[in-house]
Design a protein around this ligand. Sequence first.
Ligand code: PEP
Ligand code: MN
Length: 265
Amino acid sequence: MSVKLDITGIDSWGFKHDGPFIIAGPCSAESREQLLETARGIADKGVHMLRAGIWKPRTRPNCFEGMGEEGLKWLVEAGKETGLPICCECANPEHVELCLKYGVDLIWIGARTTVNPFAVQALADALEGSDIPVLVKNPINPDVELWIGALERLNKAGIKKLGAIHRGFSSARATEYRNAPNWRIFIELRRRCEGMPIICDPSHLCGKRELIPAVAQKALDLLFDGLMIESHNNPDAALSDSKQQFTPEDLGKVIAGLESRHPAL
Ligand code: PEP
Ligand code: MN
């Protein structure tokens, strides 16, 4: 059954891009220097938007949980300096309020938030009346209805610049991926939410650098509308997701190696 969403295509969101929309940047904003150096490094590598996690949903406590508002200021500065629009994850209304205050260009909802309809509804309520584009990551479990439900909640709150991100699903079965892809669910989402942009995040899907280029290519072959890939100026020293982040130089090589049959090309 198709889903009735009142949405606009990614090409009308006002971000410059030729072909697939590429979002890149560090898992987390860790320091001003780290974020600025990474942003400078990726700005000429075919990237269209800068990402950085500001509030980090860590699985266990006593890990680095993000820099909060201070990190948001660095993200704004990095965006201004490089000319790249900026985005980060929002998990609660306070995050939304700060992102709107600082003029963040796009927000995404993380996989751990998408599973919770109360949390998604609180975000939708906080976003009501704003024009900011929102990308909804799949819930950690392979439940397409829950994913669609989150999209519907946002759309009902008036968010028309709406899209989804496939970042793979948790599975009890061991696979080579951190979060196993499920292309069938992606295809179902695309069929049911016709015209809605869907991006692939091969970084959180794969969990390790070596696997990322092939998954990114597979996503482009399946005509995903874009990619979100993590990059850090010094991946081995990263405070989160160190194994899946590329140096800006390596990110440039990965992007240059991708072939796109996207209709926009
Ligand atoms: C992220 O993109 O930084 C992130 C935490 O991703 P996910 O919600 O896919 O785990
Ligand atoms: Mn990450």
